[in-house]
Design a protein around this ligand. Sequence first.
Ligand code: HEM
Ligand code: HEM
Length: 186
Amino acid sequence: MATAAVASGVERYPAALILLHWTMAALILAAIPIGWRMGDLEPGPLQDALYHLHRSIGVTVLALALVRVVVRRVAGAPPPHPSLAPWQRTLSVAVHHLLYLLFFVVPILGWAGTSAFGAPIVVWGLFELPPILPRNEPLSEILLGAHGLFASTLAGLVLLHVAGALYHALIRRDGVMQRMLFGRTG
Ligand code: HEM
Ligand code: HEM
């Protein structure tokens, strides 16, 4: 029975990975709608502030993604939940891998495109990130176009991922959700 699987003790993700998961989820869920809206605003202080906020959030995602890969290597992650059917296991592992890939591809394209555009990347008002490309406006259009495309792919995968998580949490109630929540072990 599905609920028996919870009682029998489900292996959780290490606390550091749980913390990174929810911090990065919150940052990404903020970066996407800001990215979609900021270009439509009138040029001015609000638009500038949103661009700075968007870039700062994005750079933080990139930094945390590096930390997350290292922590995952060192601390490890539990194997796929035993209640998953083979196709669910394949799908969830594939989505997780793609998400990890996009944690790097999306912000690096944003960084490269902004560098080629010639705009400064001031992170949380604290320091400026160096440009990784010389100024080249046509190239910046291509890179920021690709940035937007991959960001939309990320948004689509997040939707699929959250639908899967909610299906396990609310319908199957099989303990998959508990693996990514803090709490008592087992
Ligand atoms: C931007 C939003 C999100 C992103 C980018 C994201 C990304 C990820 C990634 C990459 C993993 C795999 C972890 C690893 O193997 O290290 C994961 C696992 C997980 N996520 Fe999310 N997540 C997001 C939002 C959410 C939300 C909103 C929920 C719940 C409603 C959720 C529930 C889970 C659960 C339960 C797992 C563990 C699955 C398992 O047992 O293997 N995630 N997430
Ligand atoms: C995971 C991190 C990030 C996410 C999820 C994200 C998401 C987005 C989204 C959804 C858009 C709107 C695209 C469109 O309307 O077609 C966007 C635009 C933009 N992003 Fe990001 N972004 C991230 C990181 C970054 C970083 C690190 C930078 C720069 C340092 C950056 C710079 C920009 C710029 C300049 C635009 C405007 C592009 C334009 O107006 O053509 N982003 N981003």
